[in-house]
Design a protein around this ligand. Sequence first.
Ligand code: DGT
Ligand code: CA
Ligand code: CA
Ligand code: ZN
Length: 580
Amino acid sequence: MDNKSIAGILYETADMLEIDGQDSFRVRSYRNAAQAIENCPQQMQDLIADPKQVLAIPGIGKGMLANLNEMFSEGRLKLHAELLDKYHPSMLQLLKIQGLGPKTIALIWSAYKICDVDGLEKLAREGKIRILPRMGEKHEQKLLKAIEDYRRIAGRFLIDTAEAEATKLEEYLSKFPGFEKITPAGSLRRGRETVGDLDILVTGPGCCSPEERAQAVSYVAKYPPLMEIIGQGDNKISFRLRNDMQVDVRLLPPESFGAAMQYFTGSKAHNVALRQRALKMGYTLNEYSLASLKTEKPVAGKTEEEIYAKLGLDYIPPELRENLGEIDAAEKHTLPTLITQADLQGDVHMHTVETDGRNTIEELAEAAKARGYKYIAITDHSKNLAFANGLDDKRALVHIQKIRDANDRIHGIQVFAGIEVDILPDGDLDLSDDVLAQMDVVIASVHSVFNQEPAKMTDRLIKAVENPNTSIIGHPTGRIQLRRDAYQFDMHAVLSAAAARKVAMELNAYPDRLDLNDINLRHAKQHGVKIVINTDTHHISHMEKIRYGILQARRAWLTKADVLNTLPAQRFARAMKHEW
Ligand code: DGT
Ligand code: CA
Ligand code: CA
Ligand code: ZN
C-alpha cells in the first residue's frame, strides 16, 4: 500500500466518522494523519518497521500507528470497513459532490436513509431536501446543479493519476516471463488531460496459444491493487482498482500488435476517419490488421508506422489523433514538428518558502539546473493572496534583491526575479507599477472573485493584459480540473488584446490545471499569441509535471517557435518585455 492509498482510506474514514456524528477531535485526528501521510516524502511502507520514525511524523500518534500496522498486516482498516458496511460504499460518492459535506449528508441520511447519488437526486426533484432543517429551495437547486456537474466528471481521472496507475501495473506485468511489450493505449497515450479508463496492451510469446493466454490472464487477475474483476475473456481482462479506476488489459499476438496499438489508441473519431480512407483505398482496417478488401490478406499490422505508410500518410503522433485535421495534414506532409520537452530552456513560474512554496531559491535553482534548464524565474504571490502570505510592495523589493543575490552566487543557471501578481476584481494589479517594473517576469493571475459577469471578467483580464508591466497571464481560465469550471469571459477578445500588446499566455502544466486547454491553445496560436509552459512549482518534486504541459501543447499542434521558454535566456528576458 502506497502513501496515497493509505491517505485515501484515512480521509474516507474521517468523512464517514463525521457523517456518523463522532466527536470532531477524533474526526480531525484521521484527517490530519491522512494529510501528513499524503505529504510525507518517504513511503510508510519503508518506515513502518521502525515505530519511532512513524511517531516522529507530526499528526501521527500511537492510535494512528496501530491503524497503520493493521493496514499493512490485514490489507484493510477494520473501522473503515465497518463504516462502509453500516452505510454503503455509495456514501463515498456523495462526498465528491461539490458543496455537499458530511454534515448535510448526515442530515439527509437521518431523515431518509438515502446515501447514493440517484437517490439524492430523486429527493431533490421531489422537493424533499428543502424541507430539512437549515435547507431551502436555493440549497435544493444548487444541489441539483452540483449533481449534474458530478455526473459530468465522475469516473474520470487526472492524467498524472492515470499515468501513475499505468506505471505500477506495467511494472507488475513486466515480471511475467511471457510478456515482451507492454504499452498503454487509449486517452492516456494521446496525452488527454483526463482519462476515463486505462487501456493496456501486451504482447509476447505468452500471448500466442489459448493455454498460454489463460495462464497470462490468471497472472493479471492476481494484481494486488485489483479490487474487482468486471469481465474476463480469452485475450482480455477488465477490472476495477481500489480508487475506482477501470482497466482493460488486452493480450495480442505480435503480428497484430501495431494494428491493435492503432485501434486502441483512438480516438474513436480518428479511427472512423482512417477506416473510411482505408475502404476508399481498397483495404479494411481493424484491430488485427490492415488487409486487402479483395483477397482479405493482411498488408500491414506489426507496427503503426507501416499502417500509416500503406495508407499514404506520414506517421501521426498519438497526441494529434482527434480527427481535427491531422489526416489531411499527414497526406499533404504538413504535420507540424511538435514541441518536445528537450526544447524547453527554463521554467518560469515557481513559489518559494517566502510565500506558499516549500523550497528556497537555491534549492529550486539547483533542481532546475539538474534538469538541464538554463534559467528559471522565482514568482511568489502578492499580498491579495493572504493565506499564501503574499508579498506587499516592501517585501517584494527585498525579495527581488534576495533573488538577485542568489543569482550572483549560483552558477550555471540564470535566476530571474519575478512575481505572480494578483489581478484584482477591477483589473488593477496587486502591486505598484514601479515595483512591478523592476521585475524580469510579471505573471498576472486571477485568484479571487471568480463569479463576475462575463463582460466584467473580460474587461478585468484585458485591463491586466494592457498593464505595461504584465508579461504573462497565468492559468488564464482559472479552471481546476474535475473540481471547478473556468470563469466565464470572452477568450477571443482577451487573445486579441494579448496579441496587440505582445503579452504571453501561460500553459500551466500542473495536472489539476492544464490551463489553457488544447482548444484554447490552438486559438491563441491563430491569434498570434505566444505561450509559456510552466509548472507552477511549489516543491521541487513538481518540476517533472512539465511533461503534462508538453503533452497538452503537442495536442494543440504547438511547435518550438510557439513557446517562449524555448528561447535562450537573454532573448526570453526581452520577450518578457514585449519584444518578440
Ligand atoms: P477515455 O477512456 O474515455 O479517456 O477515452 P479513450 O479514448 O481511451 O476511449 P476508450 O477507452 O473507450 O477506448 C479506447 C480506444 O479504443 C478508443 O480511443 C478508440 C477505440 N475504440 C473504442 N470503441 C471504439 C469503436 O466503437 N469504434 C472505433 N473505431 N474505435 C473504438
Ligand atoms: Ca480509455
Ligand atoms: Ca477502454
Ligand atoms: Zn496562481
